[in-house]
Write a protein that binds this ligand. Structure first.
Ligand code: BTN
Length: 246
């Protein structure tokens, strides 16, 4: 079932409530605008009316959390497929959850899990894609970072077609979620972070290095300046030359 709203605070927050109330896998929430759209690391996601697709989709994996480390990667691959099917553009993926074109962000993914008896009782997959904005439509603080599908392709975006492709791609992803290595191989091919100089920020601490690989759990394998090679699975990873990191 699809729950549609003109305006909502956050489609993820609403779908989490539906999930707690027993909604089945495949339930979706779609809004024309969000007043409190949320991103990773407590950030907000700018969600103005009619300009983007703001969609959340429910999974009921009922598995151990350790089996879902690659979930956000799987959603990113599925969303690249959906965007390509609807617009002809294959976005890049900035590890871990940003859809990008060139140096700019087209959209993002926020995955949130619920647990029961140690198992994942639900996963809410939230996706926001900028569709129709012109550069000047974005707030000043993200003008140098964000872009939209229309700005990149130079063509109008059929939002209904994109939404249908996204829902179909999420359903297929759910059915094939545990074909982990095939998913990650596709993720690596689209991941623009690989072979780039990066900065990992955790709390007050910044560490610099080169992104080498995405491992079998979806973590980013980094060679740090001190020569150590470690997998990074959380925190903010900035790519040199993108989003204001020079
Ligand atoms: C990010 O950029 O860090 C992730 C952004 C995710 C935004 C989407 S829009 C639909 C869903 N509802 C939310 O509040 N967030 C996600």
């Amino acid at each position: 079932m699809i729950h549609r709203f003109e305006t909502i605070d956050s489609t993820n927050t609403y779908l989490k409530q539906l999930a707690e109330g027993g909604a089945p896998a495949g339930t979706a929430v779609i809004a024309q605008s969000q007043t409190g759209g949320r991103g990773r690391l407590g950030r907000s996601f700018h969600s103005p009316s009619g300009s983007g697709i703001y969609l959340s989709y429910l999974l009921r994996p009922n598995c151990d959390p350790s089996e879902l480390m690659h979930l956000t990667c799987a959603v990113a691959v599925a969303m690249c497929d959906a965007v390509e099917a609807a617009t002809g553009l294959h976005p890049g993926i900035k590890w871990t959850n940003d859809l990008v074109h060139g140096k700019r962000k087209l959209g993002g993914i926020l995955t949130e899990l619920g647990f029961e008896n140690g198992k994942v009782s639900y996963a809410v997959l939230g996706i926001g894609i900028n569709c129709t904005q012109k550069a000047e439509d974005f707030p000043p603080e993200i003008q140098g970072i964000a872009t939209s599908l229309a700005a990149v392709t130079g063509k109008p975006v059929n939002k209904a077609a994109l939404e249908a492709e996204m829902l179909q791609a999420l359903k297929t992803m759910d059915e094939t979620l545990f074909h982990k290595e095939a998913i990650l191989e596709r993720y690596r091919k689209s991941c623009i972070t690989l072979n780039q100089q990066i900065c990992v920020v955790r709390g007050d601490e910044s560490s610099y290095g080169t992104a080498l690989d995405v491992d079998s759990e979806g973590a980013l394998v980094v060679r740090f300046e001190d020569g150590t090679v470690r997998a990074v699975s959380s925190g903010e990873v900035s790519v040199r030359g993108m989003y204001g990191y020079l």
